[in-house]
Ligand binder design. Structure first.
Ligand SMILES: Cc1cc2nc3c(=O)[nH]c(=O)nc-3n(C[C@H](O)[C@H](O)[C@H](O)COP(=O)(O)OP(=O)(O)OC[C@H]3O[C@@H](n4cnc5c(N)ncnc54)[C@H](O)[C@@H]3O)c2cc1C
Length: 483
């Protein structure tokens, strides 16, 4: 079969790699390079992952690489899972429940026991969810229904209420709520069910791929069979007739980039025709890996409220006490979340995440120096004063980690996301209840038989391990239908 994958994000690449074992695959992307939001950035000896930094749910990565016949990455265990700052605290958390429960006991009386209970339930939820990760939720599986029934409380309750009902201290609450943002929304909109993610980044063996998150992309590419990548090619329209996509029309943005990946020859197949700056592709199977997968199924953009302000910094510092994953919580985190929810300006004192991979992997920066990525979640549709944001982040960072000399800097925000991905949102369709599981866009089109969807806007959802899982789901369905 001739397969066209539209979008070379992790989802598109993962699907292309799996399908390339049995089919002829062409991947197009509007950008000149592959990896989408998970691309890499080099600034004069400093290396950064533009997007993902947390390697959570390692079992899902293992499953994917095993299915692809690829070797696992070299993973470095982190000594500390997370450092959290506020005006009052600087607290370290560990990939170890025994140590973390002591921290929670310091945060509030009875905190250790509350921590135990909370994490125990989170782990149970993770084990349950894992059983259904590759499911087609359209088929009403009795096991899924019984799971829903047994866990009604955490499906109907939101993260904010759930966490507030267990913990009293502001810091404990903040630590147990912030994952909501990485699921694309604010804590009172994300079901408490998603506390299932917390052990994976807080208390279990927290890992980091040697050489950075982009090694995931490298590993996928390395294990493709004979795939053609066409970069700078933007999909414009699908020609759909009688419930089938007949062809795709795309335009060449600037100079087309053609790469033959692990190919025996370097000829374009006859099902790709190029005329001037237009390309027509006549494939048998079409897989969409970008924002269109919401629009095609929902007819609207759905709820995807979060944009980001990202800074990539190369610094020289004498401070030996830096950590890999860090969060700064402002005095009023709720005000920050409320601004995202209402699409208004965030408070002057805002929360942010910062990542210093060179703490774990010195190859991320020149000898003795550090690469830092800072991420401020924002409402995606506001206009921001970039210079002011930069200044505030640099000042705050200096307050938290001490003086440093800035050697390199690059900034990305929602305008760049719009240009690069035609989508201002950072994380895509959020995991509110009405956009989760059976309510999330499926991995196949219900009206167009040869049209499939992968990536963060589809099932199972946001984040690299889930996006890899969406490729497994698509590969399974295509195998059932076409072999
Ligand atoms: C700042 C940030 C931090 C994150 N942190 C983490 C983390 O720590 N851990 C984690 O697991 N996940 C994280 N994520 C989420 C994770 O990176 C994404 O869920 C994942 O990379 C999305 O992959 P995707 O394949 O769905 O989409 P994308 O990466 O968005 O790929 C879609 C591709 O489609 C292309 N495209 C769009 N329109 C067209 C068109 N018309 N024609 C052709 N091509 C088109 C785009 O150029 C893009 O390459 C983070 C994301 C961001 C932005």
């Amino acid at each position: 079969m001739r397969v066209l994958v539209i979008g070379a994000g992790i989802g598109g690449l993962a699907a292309a790699a799996l399908l390339s074992k049995r089919h002829q695959v062409v991947v197009i992307d509007k950008n000149d390079s592959w990896g989408g939001r998970a691309r890499e950035l080099y600034l004069d000896g400093y290396r950064f992952d533009r997007g993902p930094s947390w390697y959570i749910m390692p079992k899902l990565y293992n499953n994917f690489f095993r299915k692809l016949g690829a070797e696992d990455l070299t993973l470095i265990p982190l000594k500390k899972s997370l450092r959290v700052y506020s005006s009052k605290h600087k607290i370290d958390l560990y990939p170890n429940d025994t140590l973390n429960r002591e921290v929670f006991e310091i945060l509030e009386q009875g905190g250790a026991q509350k921590y135990d209970r909370f994490m125990h339930r989170s782990k149970e939820l993770y084990d349950l969810a894992y059983r259904f990760i590759y499911e087609d939720y359209a088929k009403l599986n009795p096991d899924i229904l019984s799971l829903v029934f047994k866990n009604f409380d955490v499906l109907l309750k939101n993260t904010d209420d759930y966490v507030n009902s267990v913990f009293r201290s502001t810091m404990a609450r903040n630590i147990m709520k912030f994952h909501s943002v990485f699921l694309g929304d604010v804590p009172w909109r994300i079901p408490a069910f998603y506390s299932l993610l917390i052990p994976s980044y807080l208390s279990e063996n927290v890992l980091y791929p040697k050489g950075g998150m982009y090694r995931i992309v490298d590993n996928i590419i390395r294990n493709m069979n004979n795939v053609i990548f066409l970069g700078n090619v933007k999909a414009e329209s699908l020609n759909i007739q009688n419930g089938l996509v007949k062809n795709l029309i795309a335009t060449i943005n600037s100079e087309i980039q053609v790469k033959f990946i692990n190919a025996q020859n370097s000829n374009l197949p006859e099902w790709i025709s190029i005329q001037g700056n237009q390309i027509r592709v006549d494939a048998d199977i079409y897989i969409i890996n970008h924002r269109k997968n919401i629009l095609m199924q929902n007819g609207s953009e759905g709820r995807a409220p979060i944009g980001v302000f990202l800074m990539y910094l190369g610094i020289d510092t004498d401070n030996p006490d830096l950590e890999h994953h860090n969060l700064y919580f402002s005095g009023d985190t709720e005000a920050h979340y409320r601004a995202i929810d209402r699409s208004t300006h965030i408070p002057e004192d805002f929360c942010f995440y910062f990542h210093i991979p060179s703490v774990t992997d010195p190859s991320a920066a020149p000898r003795g120096k550090h690469s830092i990525m800072t991420l401020v979640p924002l409402p995606k549709n506001i206009r921001i004063d970039r210079a002011k944001m930069e200044r505030k982040i640099l000042d705050k960072l200096e307050e938290l980690i001490g003086d440093f000399r800035l050697e390199q800097k690059k900034v990305l925000d929602m305008e760049d996301f719009e240009n690069d991905y035609l989508d201002r949102s950072a994380f895509g369709l959020s995991h509110i209840l009405s956009q989760s599981a059976m309510f999330r866009p499926k991995n196949y089109d219900t009206k167009v038989k040869n049209l499939f969807y992968v990536g963060q806007n589809t099932n199972p959802g946001i984040g690299v391990p889930l996006v890899l899982s969406s490729a497994i789901i698509v590969d399974n369905i295509i195998r059932e239908r076409y072999g």
